[in-house]
Design a binder for this molecule. Sequence first.
Ligand SMILES: Cc1ncc(C[n+]2csc(CCOP(=O)(O)OP(=O)(O)O)c2C)c(N)n1
Ligand SMILES: CC(=O)[C@@H](O)[C@H](O)COP(=O)(O)O
Ligand SMILES: [Mg+2]
Length: 602
Amino acid sequence: MNIDVKGKSQKELKQLSQDIRDRIIDVVSRKGGHFSSTLGAVELTIGMHYVFDAYSDPFIFDVSHQCYPHKLLTDRWDDFETIRQFGGLSGFTKPNESVADYFVAGHSSTSISLAVGAAKSIKLKNESRVPVVMIGDGSMTAGMVYEALNELGDIKLPVVIILNDNEMSIAKPIGAISKYLSKILAGKSYQRFKGKVDSFIKKNMPEGTTYIAKRMEEAMKLITPGILFEEMGVDYIGPIDGHDLEEVIDTLQIAKDMNKPVIVHARTVKGKGYKVAEGQHEHWHGVGPFNVEDGAFVKKEAPKAATAVFADALINLASKHENVVGVTAAMPSGTGINKLMDKFPDRFWDVAIAEQHAVTSMAAMAKEGFKPFITIYSTFLQRGFDQIIHDVCLMDLPVVFAMDRAGIVGNDGETHQGAFDISYLRFIPNMILFAPRDNKTLELGLDFAYKLKSPSAIRYPRGAFSELEYPSTAFELGKAEILKEGSSKKLFIGYGAGVSRAINTEALHSEDITILDLRFVKPIDKKTLVELSSKYDDWYVFSDSQKQGGVGSAILEVLNEENVKNVNLKSFEYEDIFIDHGDTKKVEESLGLLPEQLVKAI
Ligand SMILES: Cc1ncc(C[n+]2csc(CCOP(=O)(O)OP(=O)(O)O)c2C)c(N)n1
Ligand SMILES: CC(=O)[C@@H](O)[C@H](O)COP(=O)(O)O
Ligand SMILES: [Mg+2]
């Protein structure tokens, strides 16, 4: 059922915020999810629903990982139990779940552009709806936000932007924007100060002093904390206490009545309402199950994650070679670069949510003789696509793209799957694409990448590789590796983490099948593939990647160019769909990618 906040008293709203927190703490402690962001957004979300109408005004949450209170208020209180589970609610906003969710999100800093587009449409349709945005301080560090503000300040259409400032990104926020916003938070609220001046003028100055008042207003703009936004043509109100329901509602009402673009700067506490998580705690951003009483995480015995193997291997490399440098775009712990930043603070940086800047700035370092490692989730590298072509590959610069979370990522779902990197990188000239099959070959892969004189991209999965019984061998450019020769006319070709799926499928199959680790998608090992075509007719491809333009496509191109006619190739890569959220195994099963399913398909 919808919870109608508009009719509630302050007292009832306070109780509602407690009920929402209790529900989030209860479910997320059992199921995992985005925790501290969402606790910090409770009063702001109630305020949005009190002043605006989610079923007509576009409610736009940036990243939307903080949208759980919004979902609880819009007919998903009971279903919230299924958050991020396979077949259940998405952990992000999703219009096909509820009309109250205006747009899909998951990648950051899109919200103000969406609001501009919505506002233009509303004007053209002569409607009176008002887009309302919630964007965090971390998401304000991406360039796309300023592209949107630049236009919004010019066209001056009514948009209310709630800047939910908890002085945290996932980790501590980085950069001048964050420092600027924190400085404002440290000061007193400009509006209260402005109000005092206005009433002083009215009371003590004779009639007709509007001229002076105007001058005072202009002068104050010079000291208004929101000068950055005011100068861009967007009004600024704040900072306000983002947990004071009355202040939030009053301010949002004022902002809405201004009928122009306005930023409401709200100070909040990340994790508010769950003591253990309140404040600057990176590990409460996205959590697995935990014990509510003491905040202890439910420890699951897991093999060493690829991220940790990567980070340790990069530390070794950086210890040996002074010219190794690297960046993360606001994902220091997720990528393991936090370890490098600690050990080599003058050679590894968090550049904030700025993937485009990460790519291009590292291209310059490569030109200067350094060996940059851009460590980034496959899905977020999509944000720097043109920079890869224009600033790295065109000049054939030796930048390494270390792509974590390649393949299915699980509970984050369709906005985060690492499905596309092979397809979107393979057609770029000078790019080298290769993939390790286990931890040891990941380590060897970094040593190999270090020596390359061209751009390269190495991919590895979320979580751990499977342990393989095959000895690991060093990479040789463009060379595949036969792991096992079999008597069957079938050939299994694995790539990256897909190699273990090929091995597990072969183990279940009745025939004795040859297994090839392709190792390189570009340059691909044409010679070996042509030789194998004389022995094997039925080829099967295993890779955690989109079929379109992926590994199977690359192999078919070789067979076509080399005029090979006898091979039938079937690729078990992802079909032409966006892959939904859920535990990775459940998602793989829904795609028919479990070995026992593949054996039947073969
Ligand atoms: C393009 C992109 N890069 C990185 C991320 C990963 N990410 C998700 S939330 C987040 C931090 C957002 O911080 P903020 O906007 O302050 O929200 P808070 O969690 O503090 O409420 C980051 C870096 C992303 N979602 N999209
Ligand atoms: C919302 C967001 O984009 C990040 O919090 C992301 O969910 C982290 O993913 P991992 O859990 O794979 O590090
Ligand atoms: Mg924040």
